[in-house]
Design a protein around this ligand. Structure first.
Ligand SMILES: Cc1cc2nc3c(=O)[nH]c(=O)nc-3n(C[C@H](O)[C@H](O)[C@H](O)COP(=O)(O)OP(=O)(O)OC[C@H]3O[C@@H](n4cnc5c(N)ncnc54)[C@H](O)[C@@H]3O)c2cc1C
Length: 460
């Protein structure tokens, strides 16, 4: 059984299916190709390392262990399958073009060896393709998708794998050796985690507010459901209250099952929250049929984006002169997390006010987010940029009024833009030139009204 981004033991259909055999190899391969190309942030590697350690611990409770290899993904999987004398390889189906190519290569190579590759659900609550409009492969508009999603039964919870017995020929390796497996500069040493040992992996890493792993993910889901689900609909956009679940990194790495989170749609207070999980499923089923939408406009609008490097650098650094935009960009850099409302505001500022290509913004997010996810990131960026699935593609978020509305006391800004912390709530969202100068805070990079007028002339 090959784990990919389904790093959990409970409700894992691929693991449940593989565990029906007398012996099973629970395998994770650190894919050289990804390590070589992706500019994966240290925080995300830390989250991954913790998730692997937790998966290993949970498998050991059942008599097994997580087998970790590093190398060419297809070759490593096949080598392991051969060494184990396996007849079948089980893994979760995924939607990105890279995942599809990798799976196709595995199928070809496995077939030559007489091995069968079987894919299973588990990455989304409702699998891509399970619901579709008549005669079409996927929904392109959210609301009709959501209506079908609500009435589509969730699959049954996958069986617990029970006792796991590894074939004697397989040495799981010591997870503490992950440092060596991950190689110099990429391993735990490079992550600043060297010397912590396994126990230390569970600890939080500077600036990151969520520890990785199924155990931590399930604990967060339970605690958050108990204390905050009921207020979600009313408070989710409140930037200072930070009322949302922070489950995104757990969902992206599969530490919690999307099916079990979607089951909250049956909870009396769960409707608004479950709708967000439906958005996640929606974007996955769009990407499944349009994998090119991860880099190409889903609905091209003839954009000839600005190429202002300095403006892009100011946006990245949180120095645009719009306090709520800058607070968000600094939070992203410091923590690897950003609330959904803030993501929309900064994405709108980049693509509408600065009229810079959404791909630049998506790449910056992917470099920093703990939850960076091709379907959710690229397709939300396209949604905000107006090249995606949004049915009103010209909507604009005013960065000043968004701040006034969702951070009325200016608390969020004071936390992330401390040079403005002396300003009262009434002016902090739009400081006058003298206050800016006193604070060492920049003038607005563009005038919002003028910028949007320019944008409208281009787009209409
Ligand atoms: C420009 C932009 C980029 C984004 N990039 C990502 C990304 O790389 N990875 C990612 O997981 N989410 C992304 N999102 C979606 C959303 O903002 C985050 O999932 C959410 O803010 C994470 O915080 P949370 O877990 O506290 O969310 P909650 O509000 O508690 O929502 C619960 C879960 O629902 C899902 N969800 C919520 N909103 C959305 C949405 N708009 N689209 C898809 N799924 C959603 C997530 O899995 C989230 O964890 C992006 C949104 C925008 C506007």
């Amino acid at each position: 059984m090959v784990f990919t981004r389904d790093l959990r033991v409970t409700d894992n259909p691929a693991l449940a299916a593989a565990s029906e055999a007398a012996r099973v190899v629970p395998l994770f391969v650190l894919d050289e190709a990804i390590l070589a190309t992706a500019r994966t942030p240290v925080k995300r590697l830390g989250f991954l390392a913790e998730s692997l350690a937790d998966t290993d611990a949970r498998l050991r409770e059942r008599g097994g262990a997580l087998v970790i290899r590093r190398g060419d993904w297809v070759r490593s999987v096949l080598d392991c399958a051969r060494a184990a004398g396996a007849g079948e390889i089980h893994l979760a189906a995924d939607v990105t073009s890279y995942a599809s190519r990798r799976l196709a290569a595995l199928r070809d190579a496995a077939a030559a060896d007489g091995l069968t590759v079987l894919t299973h659900p588990g990455i989304t609550a409702i699998e891509p393709g399970r619901i579709a409009p008549p005669g079409k492969p996927a929904y392109q508009v959210f609301t009709p998708y959501y209506n079908r999603w609500l009435e589509t039964p969730l699959r049954a919870e996958a069986a617990d794998p029970g006792t796991i017995t590894l074939p004697p020929a397989i040495d799981p390796g010591d997870l503490a050796g992950l440092a060596d497996l991950a190689g110099p500069g990429l391993g735990l040493a490079g992550l600043g985690l060297a010397g912590l040992g396994l126990a230390g992996l569970g600890r939080d890493v500077a600036g990151r507010d969520v520890p990785g792993g199924e155990t931590a993910g399930l604990a967060r889901l339970a605690a958050w459901t108990e204390s905050k689900l009921a207020g979600y609909a009313d408070h989710r956009d409140d930037l200072a209250a930070d009322h949302t679940s922070h489950l995104s990194a757990y969902l992206h790495h599969g530490c919690v099952s999307p099916r079990s989170v979607a089951a909250l749609r049956e909870h009396r207070d769960g409707a608004a929250f479950a709708r967000q999980i439906a958005w996640r499923d929606f974007f996955h089923q769009v990407l499944a049929v349009r994998p090119d939408a991860s880099w190409r406009d889903f609905r091209p609008r003839g954009d000839r984006w600005n190429r202002d490097q300095a403006a892009f650098a100011a946006w990245q650094a949180g120095q645009t002169g719009y306090p709520v935009v800058d607070a968000a960009m600094r939070q992203l850099a410091a923590t690897g997390y950003l609330p959904g409302r803030a993501r929309m505001v900064v994405a709108s500022f980049l693509t509408k006010d600065l009229y810079l290509d959404w791909r630049l913004g998506a790449a910056h997010f992917a470099e920093h987010l703990l939850d960076a996810d091709v379907a959710c990131n690229q397709l939300n960026w396209q949604w905000v940029a107006g090249t995606g699935t949004d049915t009103s593609p010209h909507r604009v978020f005013n960065p000043t009024t968004q701040g006034q509305r969702y951070d009325p006391d200016g608390e969020y800004i004071r936390h992330w833009v401390p040079e403005l912390d002396w300003l009262p709530a009434g002016v902090i969202h739009d400081p006058d030139p003298a206050s800016r100068q006193l604070s060492g805070y920049p003038a607005p990079l563009v005038d919002h009204k003028e910028a949007i007028n320019r944008y409208r002339l281009i787009r209409h």
